[in-house]
Design a protein around this ligand. Structure first.
Ligand SMILES: *Cc1c(COP(=O)(O)O)cnc(C)c1O
Length: 412
């Protein structure tokens, strides 16, 4: 039986009671039990995002002439983003609905920009490290492009192998800052030199790092260079709904040059309403997402982000020390907000499944097997509890009290 719209409507209290009931089964992220999906940086930040989103809930970013407020907020968000990423005067960018869309838009811009300047026979190719986000393959699928995934060394891009994978159809190289699986920054400076040498577009996927790395550096952690200060970097994706602590539905895609952004725009004229120019995939764009990002950035300021970066960095140190005490180690040396860890000594995924059964959510990695942990600022309050639960799970696995892991990693 298919559910149908109820006949008379329901009182709002009843609607909310039902939703409260439904969310009873959700991960309890407010108690620090989600190390993926949610980026909790404090109730005050949530309230600012919530109120700003509500204030512009009906406004539509599709109509900048009707809503100069949104045009101005997006422009200011992009200016702040470009400044954080040491972008030159010529740089430009736009907001999008998320990292996947930012990546897809950068690929579209690269494709059209390059095809306007160079002949390509066959599908334009994108050379990425094995650790790059699946959004590149999704983008290539939609854009008629091809992704070549190149094996990594020590969990980061093998620049020589990537150079060898470049062919006459290659248009784009990709580095991550950091990659999602292990939280490690690719050697973007070397990739930039390769891009310059071969006349290629280098995209830096800083969906995670864009809004955390600049501040982690300020608390004294060394992070490899990856921004526009490197002359070989052409574009960057950086998510506001991750470490910008904005409401979901907000990312930025940035370009070294305005002409590159122009290649992202879709301009159409052949229908009854006349010319329609849309910079992103969407038509209607939620005003709330733009407003919440602007509000949170202004509310936090540099000091607010530095404070969150300090909390993240101390949690990362605790996590790293804790997993080493349990006989595991991180894969590579993470310096930002993601760490993946494991060991060849026991079935770490079985320990992860034990945590999962107790309501602690995180991602997992394979090659090798490991648990991936994405740190929120608020995790500084719960990292000790996490390590205690992890310790018990590991002890049970070592004692043979836990079933072997299923092995298959699913994200749905
Ligand atoms: C999250 C993420 C993406 C995709 O972003 P969405 O907002 O989930 O679409 C891309 N790359 C990296 C490295 C990410 O962490």
């Amino acid at each position: 039986m298919r559910l149908e719209l109820n006949e008379a409507g329901r009182p709002a209290e009843e609607v909310f009671a039902r939703m409260t009931d439904m969310r009873g089964g959700d991960v309890d992220w407010r108690s620090g039990k989600a190390a993926v999906y949610v980026f909790h940086s404090g109730d005050d930040v949530l309230q600012v995002a919530h109120e700003a989103y509500g204030m512009f809930i009906s406004e539509n970013g599709l109509g900048p002439a009707a809503f100069p407020s949104l045009r101005r907020m997006e422009k200011e968000v992009i200016q702040m983003a470009l400044a954080l990423q040491n972008a030159p005067e010529s740089a430009a960018g736009s907001m999008s609905s998320g990292g996947s869309e930012s990546i897809l838009l950068a690929m579209k811009a690269c494709r059209d920009y390059t095809l306007g300047r160079r002949e390509i026979h066959g599908r334009p190719e994108v050379v990425v490290p094995y650790t790059a986000h699946p959004a590149f393959n999704k983008g290539a699928h939609l854009l008629g492009m091809k992704v070549v995934r190149v094996p990594t060394v020590d969990y980061v891009s093998d620049v020589e192998a990537m150079a060898a994978a470049v062919c006459e159809n290659t248009v784009m190289l990709v580095g991550s800052a950091p990659c999602f699986p292990y939280g490690l920054v690719d050697p973007v400076a070397d990739l930039g030199r390769l891009a310059e040498r071969r006349g290629l577009w280098l995209h830096v996927d800083a969906c995670v790092g864009g809004y955390v790395a600049p501040f982690v550096r300020e608390v004294g952690v060394e992070v490899p260079a990856f921004d526009f200060a490197l002359p070989g970097v052409s574009s960057m994706s950086a998510d506001l709904h991750k470490y910008g602590y904005a409401a979901k539905g907000a990312s930025t895609v940035l370009y070294r040059d305005r002409a590159m952004l122009q290649a992202q725009v879709f301009d159409f004229d052949d229908w009854p309403c006349g010319r329609m120019v849309t910079p992103t995939l969407a038509g209607t764009r939620p005003g709330g997402a733009i407003a919440a990002a602007w509000a949170v950035m202004n509310y936090l300021g540099r000091a607010g982000y530095v404070d969150r970066a300090r909390r993240i960095s101390s949690t990362r140190e605790k996590l790293t020390a804790g997993v080493r005490q349990l006989g595991m180690d991180t894969f590579g040396e993470p310096r930002l907000s993601i760490a993946a860890f494991g060991t060849a000594q026991f079935d770490v995924l079985a320990a992860g499944e034990r945590l999962y059964a107790q309501g602690w959510f995180s991602s997992r990695v394979r090659d090798p097997d490991g648990i991936q942990y994405m740190i929120s600022p608020e995790h500084d309050k719960t990292i000790d509890a996490y390590l205690a639960v992890l310790g018990r799970a590991v002890a049970d696995v070592r004692a043979g009290k836990v079933a072997q892991s299923g092995g298959d990693i699913r994200y749905s």
